[in-house]
Design a protein around this ligand. Structure first.
Ligand code: GDP
Ligand code: IMO
Ligand code: MG
Length: 430
C-alpha cells in the first residue's frame, strides 16, 4: 500500500525522521510540493543529515527518490545537497529522479522574495527567503521555466529574456543580463537533465510493477496555501491534494494518510498561533526540543498541543493515523496543557476558523494533564511509557479524533514505537 506522510501542524513536525524510518517498507519516495524551504532532519546512529529538496528516503540504498512536478527546484541548492550527501558517502546516481515538469527557482527569485517581504513591512510573512513564493507566482502566471525547457537552449532564450525583463522592471537598482541567466540555466541543465523523467509515468510504472510508494510532504497543513492560516502560509498545497497534483497520481493511489504532529506545537515565521507560550515554559520547550529552524536556524515559536488545529488537519487530509513526535521533550514537566477548543470574543468555537473579524480576540480553552517524571526518551515499547504519558496520548487521540499509530521518543531512527494495535502497523505490512 502507498502512504502519504504529511505535516499536521505548522511544519517541522519530524516528517524527515518518520519518512526515513518507514522507507525500508517502500521502493520509491516522492516529494510532491515545496522546495528547499523545507528542512527534514534525519539522524542515523548519531550522524545528522538535513534534506531540503531530495526525499528523505535517500539514505536507504536501492530506494528511488523522485522530486515531483509540484516541487520548485533551485538547481544550485540541489547540487549543494547532492554534494553534501556524496561527502557523507551517499550516492544518488541512478536513484534520483526529477519530474521534467518541475519548475525551477531562478537566480533572482530569492531577491524578489526578500523585496516582497520588505515591502510588506509589519505584515511580513517571515518566509525562508528561498525564492519559493516568486517561483510559484511565475508558475501560476504561466511564465515559469520548467526542467524540460532546459533541453532546448535556443528555445529557452525568449522565455528567459521576458522573465529577466520583468525582474528588471521590479528591481531597478540593479540590472540583470538575461544572457547571464540563460548561460547559468544551460550549464545547470547539463548537470541536471540526466535525472529528468516524466514523473507521473515513472510512478505509474512503479506502481504497476507492484512497487510501493511513500509520498513525502513538506511544510504542514496549517501552512497550506488554501487550507492554512492565509496569508501566513507557504505558496503550495502541503495537504493531501498536493499529492495528486504534485506527482500526477490519482487519489486511489493513496492507501493511507499518516499525519505527523509534535506532542506540543511550534511555528516559525509570522502568523496566528493560539497556543503560543511567551514565557519560560516556551523557552524550555525551545531549548529541550532544540527548536531552531533546520533550514534557516531561526528560533521556532513554541506552545502547547493544539487539538483544534490537528482535528482540522485530520479532516482536510483524511488522516488515518498520527505519528506523535518529540514526546520525550515533555519529560519532567509537571503539567501539560492541550487546547481542545478556542474562545473567540468570549464564545467557545470547536472548529478551526477560516478567518477572524478584525480586532477579534482568540484564546485557547485548555485541559491540563499531569506530566511524568520517568523519562520516555528512547522508549521503543508502548508499555515502557509511564502511565501519565500513556494517558496523555490516549487523550490526544480522543481530542484529535485520530489514533496515534507511532510515537517518537528521540531523534534517532531507533527511538520509535510503532503500535501494533493501530492502523499504521497494518499499512506498512501490506
Ligand atoms: P521536518 O521538517 O518535519 O522533517 O522536521 P525538522 O527536521 O525540521 O524538525 C524536527 C526536529 O526534531 C529535528 O531536529 C529532528 O531530529 C527532531 N526530532 C524528530 N523526532 C524527535 C523526537 O521524537 N524527539 C526529539 N527529541 N527530537 C526529534
Ligand atoms: P518543513 O518541510 C516550517 C514557513 C516559513 C514562513 C512560511 C512561508 O521543514 O516542515 P516560504 O519560504 O515557504 O514562502 O515561507 O512558511 N515555512 C516552514 N515552516 N517548516 C517548513 O518546512 C517550512 N517551510 C516554510 O517560516 O512562515
Ligand atoms: Mg523542517
Amino acid at each position: 500500500m502507498n502512504i502519504v506522510v504529511l505535516g499536521a501542524q505548522w511544519g517541522d513536525e519530524g516528517k524527515g525522521k518518520i519518512v526515513d524510518l518507514l522507507t525500508p517498507n517502500f521502493s520509491v519516495v516522492g516529494r510532491y510540493q515545496g522546495g528547499h524551504n523545507a528542512g527534514h532532519t534525519v539522524y542515523v546512529r548519531g550522524q545528522k543529515y538535513v534534506l531540503h529538496l531530495i526525499p528523505s528516503g535517500i539514505l536507504h540504498p536501492g530506494v528511488s527518490c523522485l522530486i515531483g512536478n509540484g516541487v520548485v527546484v533551485d538547481p544550485a541548492a540541489l547540487f549543494a545537497e547532492i554534494d553534501m550527501l556524496a561527502g557523507l558517502g551517499i550516492d544518488v546516481e541512478g536513484r534520483l529522479f526529477i519530474s521534467d515538469r518541475a519548475h525551477l527557482i531562478l537566480p533572482y527569485h530569492r531577491e524578489l522574495d526578500v523585496l516582497s517581504e520588505a515591502r510588506r513591512g509589519e505584515r511580513k510573512i517571515g518566509t525562508t527567503s528561498r525564492g519559493i513564493g516568486p517561483a510559484y507566482e511565475d508558475k501560476i502566471g504561466r511564465r515559469g521555466v520548467r526542467l524540460s525547457d532546459l533541453h532546448d537552449a535556443a528555445g529557452l532564450v525568449e522565455l528567459v529574456r521576458e522573465n529577466v525583463h520583468a525582474r528588471n522592471q521590479i528591481i531597478r537598482d540593479t540590472h540583470l543580463d538575461w544572457q547571464d541567466v540563460h548561460a547559468t540555466l544551460v550549464a545547470q541543465g547539463q548537470r541536471m537533465l540526466r535525472w529528468a523523467v516524466d514523473g507521473s509515468l515513472f510512478l505509474h510504472q512503479a506502481m504497476r510493477e507492484g512497487r510501493r510508494v511513500l509520498f513525502e510532504g513538506a511544510q504542514g497543513t496549517m501552512l497550506d496555501i488554501d487550507h492554512g492560516t492565509y496569508p501566513f502560509v507557504t505558496s503550495s498545497n502541503a495537504s493531501v491534494g498536493g499529492v495528486c497534483t504534485g506527482l500526477g497520481v490519482p487519489p486511489q493511489a493513496i492507501g493511507g494518510v499518516l499525519g505527523v504532529a509534535k506532542a506540543y506545537a511550534t511555528r516559525v515565521g509570522e502568523g496566528p498561533f493560539v497556543t503560543e507560550l511567551h514565557d519560560a515554559l516556551g523557552e524550555r520547550l525551545r531549548e529541550t526540543g532544540h527548536e531552531y529552524g533546520a533550514s534557516t536556524g531561526r528560533p521556532r515559536r513554541c506552545g502547547w498541543y493544539d487539538a483544534v488545529a490537528v482535528r482540522y488537519a485530520a479532516r482536510v487530509n483524511g488522516i488515518g493515523a498520527l505519528a506523535l513526535t518529540k514526546l520525550d521533550v515533555l519529560d519532567g514537566l509537571e503539567t501539560i496543557n492541550v487546547a481542545v477548543a478556542y474562545r473567540v470574543d468570549g464564545r467557545q468555537v470547536d472548529e478551526f476558523p477560516s478567518a477572524l473579524p478584525a480586532g477579534a480576540t482568540i484564546e485557547p480553552v485548555y485541559e491540563s494533564w499531569p506530566g511524568w517524571t520517568t523519562p520516555t526518551k528512547g522508549a521503543t515499547q508502548y508499555d515502557q511509557l509511564p502511565a501519565a504519558a500513556q494517558r496523555y496520548i490516549a487523550r490526544l487521540e480522543e481530542v484529535s479524533g485520530v489514533p496515534v499509530g507511532l510515537v517518537s521518543t528521540g531523534s534517532d531512527r531507533d527511538e520509535t514505537i510503532i503500535r501494533a494495535d493501530r492502523p499504521l502497523a497494518g499499512w506498512i505490512s501490506r
